[in-house]
Design a protein around this ligand. Structure first.
Ligand code: 1GP
Length: 251
């Protein structure tokens, strides 16, 4: 098992919840803001830095990952940089790992196997740790970039049973984590009921993201069974929020 997945598994075994800060690679265009975000994440004791997005408008992806990696080197050890790629173009040897995503809530063959074939030789050549991840897109109250770009239908928000069966299928296929996401800037998060149903169905680390805006919600999602929370938009809008969120999750 690779170092990043081991770290996630070890945290889960010890009951420590992890906070992942999602960095939009288009941020890289504003290097000062990017540096501040990474520094805040490190000071707030974020556990992981995710870099990626469903749609990139800037060409400087590799440079952005390089900067995030450089600034994430702290005195208390590196915060791992994990790619959360919206396409096979979002790969960089500066990262520690890549979520090797299968969009198992959808039925788009490109996102179930096509992109993987394209990306596999690059992942191997770059020596990236690949974390096989079953990605479940869940309805978060409005169409998001990911639902539009992936051309897939999100799982209904109030159907925990479908999510549980989908996650179980992912586990039986050999995937190593499940990422439940309502998409960036979603109006609502994945429900605690859905997280609890998936938690009961599979013995895998659960990553949950989309629409998390406050510490109380973060706590409720962790109590329902989430192991890793991913927050992007809320920290972009209020960079100080990361400290309250880190405090809520780590005490
Ligand atoms: C999106 O899970 C991430 O894929 C984070 O969502 O930007 O809403 O925090 P937000």
């Amino acid at each position: 098992m690779g170092a990043v997945l081991s770290r996630i598994e070890a945290a889960r075994a010890s009951g420590r919840k992890l906070l992942a800060v999602l960095i939009d690679p288009d941020f890289g265009q504003d290097e000062e803001r990017l540096e501040r975000t990474v520094q805040n994440a490190c000071m707030a004791r974020a556990d992981l830095l995710f870099v990626g997005g469903s749609l990139l408008t800037s060409a400087a992806f590799d440079r952005c990952v390089e900067l995030v990696k450089r600034w994430s080197r702290g005195t208390t050890g590196d915060v791992p940089v994990v790619l959360f790629p919206g396409s096979p173009a979002q790969l960089s040897g500066h990262a520690d790992a890549v979520l090797f995503l299968s969009l198992i809530s959808g039925r788009n063959p490109e996102l179930l196997i096509g992109h993987h074939v394209t990306a596999a030789p690059t992942v191997k050549a770059l020596g990236l740790e690949a974390i096989p991840t079953g990605y479940l897109l869940v309805d978060g109250g409005k169409p998001t970039t990911v639902s539009y770009v992936s051309q897939t239908l999100p799982l209904p928000h109030d159907k925990p049973g479908i999510a549980a069966c989908t996650a179980l299928a992912g586990e039986l296929l050999g995937l190593r984590t499940i990422y439940m996401d309502t998409g960036s800037g979603a109006l609502r998060t994945v429900s605690p009921a859905m997280i609890a149903a998936v938690r009961q169905a599979v013995d895998l680390p659960l990553i949950v993201g989309g629409g998390i805006r406050d510490a109380a919600t973060a706590r409720a999602l962790c109590e329902a069974g989430a192991d890793v929370l991913v927050v992007g938009t809320a920290f972009e809008q209020d960079p100080e929020l990361i400290f309250a969120m880190g405090e809520a999750m780590h005490g």
